[in-house]
Design a protein around this ligand. Structure first.
Ligand SMILES: [Zn+2]
Length: 318
C-alpha cells in the first residue's frame, strides 16, 4: 500500500495563463512523462479560458472534499486541482469533480481528479492527455454543475439554475451558449442530447467530442474540444477563447456510420497505391479505394481499362 500524504508532489502549474490551473499529485507516483502529460492537459485547458481566476483565501480542512486530501491554507491564485493516482474500479479511467464553489458565481475554488493506477502504465500518452483534459473540464464544472443540487456555494446558497431538461425519458442540455453552438453545427433536437448520467454529451448523438460519453472509447486520439464544450463553459460563467475551439462536426446518423464515412473519406484523400503494370481489373482498382470512373491522368488509369478510349476508364464500374 502507499501513503497519500508522503508522495505529495508539486506537479506544476499553467500559471502564465490568465486562468491558471495548478495540479498537485498525490498517491502513486507518475513517471516523468506522465507528469508532463498532466501538465500539458492543464496548460491546454487554461488556454481555453480568458476570464481571470480571482484570488481566494481558503482554509480547507484535510479530507474535506475527498479522503486523503491535505489541509490547504492561504490564498489560491489559480484553480487548485489534486490529482490522486489510486486504484479505481476496472471500468473507469478517472473521475473529476469540483470541490468548494464561490458565493455569487458558483465557480470552483479547487477540485479533485482520481486517476486509476490500474493499467496506467499501458495507457498511451494521447489517451492520458484526453482523459486529463476531460476530467479537468469536469473540475471546472462542465457536466458536474449542471443541476441545482450540485450548484451550491460554500455558504450553502444555490441559484436554482439547471442546464438539464428531461423530455420523454431523454435528457437534454439547454444552457444557451452550448445550445447555440449545437444549432450552429446543424443540431436539430430541442437541446444537446445527453447521456443518462446527465454529465456528458450523448455518446450516440455527439460521438467523438472531448465531453462525449463515448470519449472514453479510446482511439489513440485526443478528442476535440469543440464550441459545444466551450459554450458549456460560457454557460457556467467563464469567458472563453472561441478561436481555440477544435474542428468538430456532428455525426450524420449513428457514430459507427459516421466513423465508416470518415474512414472512407480519409482513404479517398489518401494517395492511391497503383501496382506495377496498373490494376488488373476495375474491381481491383475500386477495392484499392480508387473512385470510379478513372480519368486519364488520374492514378490507376490505363488504356486497357478504357475500352472506348474516351479518357474515362471503368465507366460501367467493371
Ligand atoms: Zn466524464
Amino acid at each position: 500500500m502507499w501513503c497519500l500524504a508522503l508522495s505529495w508532489t508539486l506537479l506544476g502549474s499553467a500559471g502564465a495563463a490568465t486562468f491558471g490551473i495548478e495540479t498537485r499529485l498525490l498517491g502513486r507516483p507518475l513517471t516523468a512523462q506522465q507528469q508532463a502529460t498532466v501538465r500539458e492537459a492543464a496548460t491546454r485547458v487554461s488556454a481555453l479560458i480568458t476570464s481571470p481566476f480571482a484570488p481566494v483565501r481558503v482554509d480547507i480542512a484535510a479530507n474535506e472534499c475527498d479522503r486523503g486530501l491535505p489541509r490547504v491554507q492561504g490564498t489560491l491564485k489559480q484553480l487548485l486541482v489534486f490529482v490522486v493516482v489510486k486504484q479505481l474500479g476496472d471500468d473507469v479511467y478517472a473521475t473529476g469533480m469540483p470541490c468548494d464553489l464561490r458565493d455569487g458565481s458558483y465557480l470552483p475554488v479547487y477540485g479533485v481528479i482520481d486517476l486509476n493506477s490500474v493499467g496506467l502504465s499501458e495507457l498511451p500518452r494521447e489517451d492520458l492527455l484526453d482523459t486529463m483534459i476531460h476530467e479537468l473540464l469536469h473540475v471546472l464544472g462542465v457536466g458536474t454543475l449542471w443541476e441545482p443540487e450540485y450548484r451550491v456555494s460554500v455558504s450553502g446558497d444555490t441559484d436554482g439554475r439547471t442546464f438539464v431538461r428531461r423530455v420523454g425519458g431523454v435528457l437534454y442540455y439547454t444552457g444557451p451558449r452550448a445550445l447555440a453552438a449545437y444549432r450552429a453545427l446543424g443540431g436539430q433536437k430541442q437541446g444537446v442530447p445527453l447521456d443518462p448520467d446527465a454529465g456528458h454529451w450523448s455518446g450516440q448523438a455527439v460521438c467523438a467530442e472531448i465531453l462525449s460519453g463515448s470519449a472514453s472509447d479510446f482511439t489513440g486520439q485526443v478528442n476535440p474540444v469543440s464550441l459545444l464544450t466551450l459554450g458549456a463553459l460560457e454557460d457556467l460563467g467563464y469567458r472563453v477563447n472561441r478561436a481555440g475551439a477544435e474542428r468538430f462536426k456532428l455525426p450524420q446518423g449513428s457514430c459507427a456510420a459516421q466513423a465508416k464515412r470518415d474512414a472512407a473519406a480519409a482513404r479517398a484523400g489518401a494517395p492511391v497505391k497503383v501496382p506495377q503494370g496498373g490494376f488488373a481489373t476495375c474491381a481491383a482498382a475500386h477495392a484499392a479505394g480508387v473512385p470510379l470512373p478513372i480519368r486519364r491522368g488520374q492514378a490507376g488509369y490505363r488504356t486497357g481499362l478504357d475500352g472506348d478510349g474516351d479518357g474515362l476508364a471503368c465507366e460501367s464500374g467493371r
